[in-house]
Design a protein around this ligand. Structure first.
Ligand code: GDP
Ligand code: IMO
Ligand code: MG
Length: 460
């Protein structure tokens, strides 16, 4: 008997973020009725290009450009209501209706101005102390997750009870202002313009934070939902759901290059916990990886190249790939594809298929290096080790492969790719032991090669 239940796909970044998840989530959304964010916050920056028009999203799921699709922000996301409304208003100016299609979990911890203040002051303190900075996005993500884990966070549902909200806020401010002024030297710190209205003498003020939260409470009320319940119901009624990961596997708090990571689990398993569905509801995990590697912020990167010297392959990746962050505008570090890292990603996510993006960026490079393992303290290892210290000591072992001179920009059929590009993709699949399901050949939604469609049930 044919099941009436829907089929659900999880999209995760398989490297250090910015792999092109937004483009793929937008593309896959044509086959889904609901798209769900389950972790991270507005540290994410996802770019969609539809008929040449670019949209950057930070919090709103990348399914929003499909009019019939519902979008959900699950309990695993840390939510800045200020950034959410900024984004909603931006989309509305472009005639995209959002409010009737967006559901926000009442379990989301709120990001408030003191989280961003702590984030930037802490990074500055690391720098002053001579320790390498994490290189965070400065959005308050880490401090907001700390409050969640310490069981003191203000959550979306607290917005419904102003008096209780005020009392909790006063307690949080007392704690965090003490940290800011006593340990982080905030009185002598120059905070950016966005934080200035909320601060005096290095402390975050109660009144403006409370007043803003209450304004947002009004606006948010119609969108607040029991997302877990709605997703389970949608699934039971046959809806296909798409779970959109933010960041990437090597930025995962447990499995990434700790401590140079973000503060949430970015791996596929968290799609269940971060949205309130059972793991049995996740049918297919698609890992997105660039045809090379990039990373923003600090931390080890075994296959990193010199990406600043003209004429080098790293410079080619950086410039042809336009490797600048969507959220902070920082340059992304660039390097060769790391198949030993991808093996770790495949393992911790249970990848069913890979989507290789930005293949076109490698056009014109005469020779490609593919990392297939490392020398670690003189021993060969085939899998990326765990944690920053050992990863920093990994010396990549490369296989050389011939590149291709032809342009692959906009190619939509696998057979039309140059033979050497096909060989490169096949070697990646072989070393990682994960089939290549999709290849992306430009930022545009339509420029996508499909070898296996994740929504086709035969993949199970
Ligand atoms: P995300 O965070 O994973 O959603 O990725 P970002 O949007 O931060 O960064 C990926 C960048 O690569 C964006 O500027 C995309 O428009 C662009 N992009 C995605 N796929 C392709 C591709 O196949 N080729 C090229 N040249 N650019 C791509
Ligand atoms: P998307 O979803 C790339 C990086 C930051 C920093 C580290 C911790 O667009 O792929 P945080 O602000 O999260 O505490 O910073 O994580 N980082 C990202 N890098 N893409 C992202 O998101 C990122 N989100 C966070 O640069 O190194
Ligand atoms: Mg990004």
């Amino acid at each position: 008997m044919k099941s009436t239940k829907g089929r659900n796909v999880v999209v995760v970044g398989a490297q250090w973020g910015d792999e092109g998840k937004g483009k793929l989530v937008d593309w896959l959304s044509a086959q889904a009725q609901g798209v769900v964010r389950f972790q991270g916050g507005h540290n994410a920056g996802h770019t969609l290009v539809i008929n040449g028009v670019k949209t950057a999203l930070h919090l709103i799921p990348s399914g929003i450009m499909h009019p019939g699709v519902k979008c959900y922000i699950g309990n695993g996301v840390v939510l800045s209501a200020a950034k959410l409304f900024e984004e909603i208003e931006g989309l509305e100016r472009a005639d995209v209706e959002v409010r009737s299609r967006l559901r926000v979990s009442e379990g989301c911890p709120l990001i408030l101005p003191f989280h961003a203040a702590l984030d930037v002051a802490r990074e500055a303190a690391l720098e002053r102390g001579g320790t390498e900075k994490i290189g965070t996005t400065g959005r308050g993500i880490g401090p907001a997750y700390e409050d969640k884990i310490a069981r003191r966070a203000l959550r979306v549902q607290d917005l419904k009870y102003p008096e209780r909200f005020a009392a909790k806020l006063r307690t949080l401010l007392a704690l965090h202002n003490h940290m800011l002024t006593t340990f982080l030297g905030s009185r002598d710190f120059e905070f950016g313009d966005a934080l200035k209205p909320y601060m005096r003498d290095g402390e975050v003020l109660f009144e403006p934070v409370y007043a803003q939260a209450m304004r947002h409470a009004e606006q948010l009320r119609p969108m607040i939902a029991d997302v877990s319940c709605e997703l389970n119901e949608a699934h039971a009624h046959g809806a296909n759901l798409l779970f959109e990961g933010a960041q990437g596997t090597l930025l995962d708090i447990d499995h990434g290059t700790y401590p140079y990571v973000t503060s949430s689990n970015c791996v596929a398993g968290n799609a269940a916990a971060g949205s309130g569905v059972g793991p049995g509801m996740l049918h297919y995990v698609l890992g997105i990886a660039k045809a090379y590697c990039t990373r923003v912020g600090g931390g080890p990167f075994p296959t990193e190249l010199d990406w600043q010297t003209p004429g080098t392959p790293g410079y080619h990746m950086s410039t042809v790939g336009v490797e600048k962050g969507v959220t902070t505008g920082r340059s992304r570090r660039c390097g060769w594809f790391d198949a030993a890292l991808l093996k770790r990603s495949a393992q911790v996510n249970g990848l069913n298929g890979l989507c290789i993006t930005k293949l076109d960026v490698l056009d014109g490079l005469p020779q490609l290096s593919l990392c297939v393992g490392y020398l670690l303290d003189g021993e060969r290892v085939d899998l990326l080790p765990v944690g920053a210290d050992e990863i920093a000591r990994c010396e990549p072992i490369y296989e050389q492969m011939p590149g291709w001179a032809e342009s692959t920009v906009g190619v939509t059929r696998y057979e039309s790719l140059p033979v050497n590009a096909q060989r490169y993709l096949e070697r990646i699949a072989q070393v990682t032991d994960v089939p290549v399901a999709i290849v992306s050949t430009s930022p545009d939604r339509e420029h996508t090669i499909v070898l296996h469609n994740p929504y086709a049930a035969a993949a199970d």
